[in-house]
Design a protein around this ligand. Structure first.
Ligand SMILES: NC(=O)c1ccc[n+]([C@@H]2O[C@H](COP(=O)([O-])OP(=O)(O)OC[C@H]3O[C@@H](n4cnc5c(N)ncnc54)[C@H](OP(=O)(O)O)[C@@H]3O)[C@@H](O)[C@H]2O)c1
Length: 330
């Protein structure tokens, strides 16, 4: 597996990480024993960057990673870069959230994450969403104190603007920005990717497979009740039909190269930029292995251009989140 820098401190991570969210919530039922097997196989495949958050399954996801780390002992712990996040406050069974970026909250959230993960230090600690009531300098300052105290190694932000990133970097180096980026979600191309490259900040692309829509394997009517995607505007009604036509084209592009849609979607991200690290999520061994293999595939500049045009943002229908999910997105 090729490797990429994490920030500008000299640390490196696998070019593909593993998104662990679906192992606890949002995409239907999951099974802890199976998730532990997926995590172990990911490490075998050279993936050493695991993405979680305190809000995924309201602590379940961090406890799962903690269980995995305990089973593997210090040798495994040392191999891995564990990223987690604070800031989204939800009640059990509710998608609606409030955002807390206050220094007191950050300190207590960090202690809780350290405990659930069973580690002394969080390798990468993100602010999951911004609450503009707390100045970014204050939030970053509180995160920098956690670094000084040895509780956190590097810091990051999710879904912030390029201007906010610059202000945060003036307080403390920001190793990573994590935001949605994929063939059908191209907002980071409007300045954020360039700003990250300039500031030495790694861009971590979440939902790189469009929450599975881009893979062509998911149809909205077949999703289980409670699956978050049922309420996602891009998966609904007329938007689904419009977006499905784009995915069918992607399917033809992939088949002509003996690749899967997922592999093309990941190779497009990796080959277009050298400071982007996609973190696809999966609960299935076959998907994990297929995705890992995508890191070895090279797309030409002409192929990247063709995909850019195929998924011109003007052709994609529907917002990427329902209204409740837009809270805290800059
Ligand atoms: N910062 C944020 O606000 C934020 C928001 C969302 C996500 N994230 C992070 O980003 C990670 C990835 O995003 P995501 O899980 O939302 O979306 P994603 O990676 O775009 O898609 C995950 C979905 O794709 C399916 N899948 C994976 N590989 C596949 C393949 N080769 N063929 C067909 N289907 C495949 C998975 O199915 P199975 O699960 O059934 O295998 C799952 O349903 C999350 O796990 C989380 O860590 C962060």
């Amino acid at each position: 597996m090729q490797r990429r820098s994490l920030g500008s401190s000299g640390a490196t991570i696998s070019a593909l990480g593993l998104g662990c969210m679906g192992m606890s919530e949002f995409y239907g039922a999951s099974d802890d024993a199976q998730s532990l097997e997926i995590l172990a196989r990911a490490v075998d495949l050279g993936i050493d960057f695991l993405d979680t958050a305190d809000t995924y399954g309201l602590g379940h996801n961090e406890r799962l990673i903690g269980d995995f780390l305990r089973r593997g002992g210090p040798v495994l712990r040392q191999k891995l870069v564990i990223a987690t996040k604070f800031g989204i406050v939800r009640q059990a069974g509710k998608y609606e959230r409030r955002i807390d970026n206050s220094p007191e909250y950050i300190r207590s959230a960090c202690e809780a994450s350290l405990q659930r993960l069973g580690v002394d230090t969080i390798d990468l600690y993100y602010c999951h969403r911004r609450n503009p009531d707390t100045p970014i300098e204050e939030t970053t300052g509180a995160m920098a104190e956690l670094v000084a105290a040895g509780k956190v190694r590097q810091i990051g932000f999710s879904e912030i603007s390029a201007d906010t990133l610059r202000r945060a970097c003036a307080v403390h180096p920001v190793a990573a920005v994590q935001s949605e980026y994929s063939l059908w979600s191209r907002e980071p191309e409007q300045g954020m990717l360039q700003t990250c490259a300039e500031l030495g900040t790694t861009f971590v692309a979440y939902s790189p497979l469009g929450r599975a829509f881009l893979t062509g394997t998911v149809h909205t009517e077949a999703l289980a009740d409670g699956d978050f995607r049922k309420n996602n505007p891009r998966f609904a009604g007329e938007a689904e039909a419009i977006n499905r036509r784009l995915v069918d084209e992607l399917g033809r592009f992939a088949a002509a190269r003996n690749l899967t849609n997922a592999q093309v979607a990941l190779a497009w991200l990796l080959d277009k930029h050298d400071n982007v690290v996609p973190i696809p999520g999966t609960r299935r061994m076959a998907y994990l292995e297929q995705n890992a293999a995508a890191a070895d595939h090279r797309l030409s500049a002409a192929e990247i251009d063709e995909l850019d045009r195929l998924f011109d943002p003007a052709l994609v229908a529907g917002a990427r989140y329902p209204a409740a999910g837009m809270v805290g997105i800059e």
